[in-house]
Design a binder for this molecule. Structure first.
Ligand code: BGC
Length: 563
């Protein structure tokens, strides 16, 4: 069955699909669902797939084109599901494969496409392959699927090299032999429970082809590929010391022997061909943290992935010149390889943009913010900037990613009790980095009621703060000025004016603190400065903040049609 039949798309959609360069992912607004925090149908305190199905109508009302689900596969949940023990089954925490199929067809019936997360850099240490590797011993075929090495030092007591885990501490752990003596070491760029695969082994390639087909055959519309820059390691695994305060996931200028090695591109060329065998423009989106847009664009050359997250854009400060540069550079760099740019402001690994855009101290990705962090944001400033930033972002050509809860204007939760924290980063750095829990707190659906409507029981795997009531979806639905209504209207207008496609023309003359551009019949003006910017007599189609008159106040974005 083709997707178009499954989704019941109309004639216009069929025609659009037939036109080269008009694939859905080029312009789509894709909403990230972090399943454990979205909606909890069975009341155990962790969100689940039936919870997603129950709320698809809300997402349809919001106006998104697709959803991306963070991992829901079988996992001991040491890294919130990014430690997969069985790639082809659903963890009982989230439901069953039948629940997945039901969710997928309910989404398709509403014209919403579904992307799933694929984690190819590492598995869980509970994956049958890793357990076999431990049992089989050095030199075995089972160990050759991961990166086992003898240690250095007289009796192998030192790790094979000096690499550090993204989550802090060494990237190697030592095994224990069946007789209790210390054995070989294995590489884990992330937590010790996440051993890295050896992608120089064809068996690993074969296994991932099988996994891709498993989900494609079920009908998914694509994959978000986790740590897409990490699969291949430099020959000989040479020592490497990252700069102090480097962003955890990479992105530094120097050559890093475990990021962005040339060989990864062969993997995605292979997957490109495999995915192309399926109908319906299935897509691959790279999560690759790289130092420049030009480098990220290498992941979306015509025979590789279809999209890559634009983390350069996400990491740009609230500064007009910097934003103009990154937008211009993105359109140019991705355009040069025939790919759309993507745009993203928040996800489950970064401080939510309603807080991040008002931080006054450096905060590298992965560090998080907590009670003792320097430069904590002022909530009102953050929310206002976030609304302006999203209003700007959703006018840009290409595909935009939203992270669940940003449509409610949720801030980062800063004061989680230490005892509640679950991110491995918190544990592996001995509390030095707060990590990512603050952006993962379960969503508030209702102001009243248990767990603010996240479930019926009040259980919540991370505690929701008292102020969640004010952010609840039901309260916002009733308030025309709410962030939810702003997002809904933005998506409606973005679709009406086909803003995902077409050219962007810069508008000059508004001063250094303004980002202004033309998108067909629409002009977009974002004022990032402190002083109001006078526009003259225009009728605004949308304003990120309500104001009277024609002078756009600080931290506000407007869209208007030219007379
Ligand atoms: C995911 C993280 C995860 C890591 C290891 C990523 O970049 O987005 O949440 O911890 O990969 O799988």
């Amino acid at each position: 069955m083709t997707f178009t039949q499954a989704a019941g798309l109309g004639v216009a959609d069929e025609l659009a699909l037939a036109m080269p360069g008009s694939e859905w992912w080029r312009t789509a607004v894709i909403y990230q669902i972090y399943p454990r925090s979205f909606a909890d149908a069975n009341g155990d305190g962790v969100g689940d797939l039936p919870g997603v199905t129950e709320h698809l109508d809300d997402l349809q009302r919001l106006g998104v084109d697709a959803i991306w689900l963070s991992p829901f596969m079988t996992s001991p949940q040491k890294d919130a599901g990014y430690d997969v023990a069985d790639y082809c089954d659903v963890d009982p925490l989230f439901g069953t494969l039948d629940d997945f199929d039901a969710m997928l067809s309910a989404a398709h019936a509403r014209g919403i496409r579904v992307i799933v997360d694929l984690v190819p850099n590492h598995s869980s240490d509970q994956h049958v392959w890793f357990q076999e590797a431990l049992a089989a011993g050095p030199g075995s075929a089972a160990r050759a699927r991961y990166l086992f090495r003898d240690g250095k030092g007289e009796s192998g007591e030192l790790p094979p090299n000096n690499w550090e885990s993204v989550f802090g501490g060494p990237a190697w752990s030592r095994t224990t032999n069946p007789d209790g003596t210390p054995g070989q070491w294995y590489l884990h760029i992330f937590d010790a429970s996440q051993p890295d695969f050896d992608w120089s082994n064809p068996v690993v390639w074969e296994e991932f082809r099988r996994i891709l087909r498993f989900w494609l055959d079920r009908g998914v519309d694509g994959f978000r590929v986790d740590v897409a820059h990490g699969l291949i390691k430099a020959d000989g695994l040479p020592d490497y010391t990252p700069p102090t305060d480097a962003a955890s996931m990479g992105g530094e200028e120097s050559d890093v022997p475990y990021w962005a090695q040339e060989g990864v591109h062969e993997v995605y060329r292979d997957w490109h061909k495999l995915v192309a065998e399926y109908d319906g423009d299935r897509a691959l989106c790279a999560e690759a943290w790289l130092p420049t847009i030009e480098k990220t664009a290498l992941w979306v050359r015509p025979d590789e992935m279809h999209q890559a997250f634009n983390f350069e854009y996400l990491q740009t400060k609230w500064d007009a010149a910097a934003l103009r540069a990154v937008i211009d550079g993105s359109i140019r760099a991705y355009g040069a390889v025939g790919a759309p740019s993507t745009w993203v402001l928040s996800n489950h690994d970064v401080v939510r943009h309603a807080s991040r855009l008002a931080l006054t101290a450096e905060n590298p990705q992965g560090y998080g913010i907590g009670p003792d962090s320097p430069g904590k944001p002022i909530a009102d400033v953050g929310l206002r900037r976030a609304r302006a930033a999203t209003t700007l972002m959703l006018a840009l050509p290409g595909s935009a990613y939203l992270y669940q809860g940003e449509e409610l204007g949720l801030p980062e939760v800063i004061d989680l009790p230490d005892a509640a924290r679950q991110d491995p980063t918190w544990f592996r750095t001995g509390g030095e980095r707060y990590g990512r829990d603050g952006c993962r707190v379960p969503l508030p659906w209702t102001a009243e009621g248990a767990a603010h409507g996240f479930n019926d029981t009040g259980a919540s795997w991370l505690p929701q703060p008292a102020e969640w009531a004010a952010f609840a979806r039901d309260v916002q639905q009733a308030d025309p000025r709410s962030t939810l209504n702003l997002y809904t209207r933005l998506l409606e207008l973005r679709a009406r004016f086909s803003l995902g496609a077409g050219e962007l023309e810069w508008l000059e003359g508004y001063g250094p603190d303004v980002v202004a551009f033309r998108r067909g019949a629409l002009d977009v003006v974002a004022n990032l400065g402190d002083a109001a910017v006078e526009l003259g007599a225009v009728g605004f189609l949308i304003q990120s903040e309500a104001f009277d008159g024609t002078a756009v106040p600080a931290d506000t974005t407007v869209w208007f049609e030219r007379a």
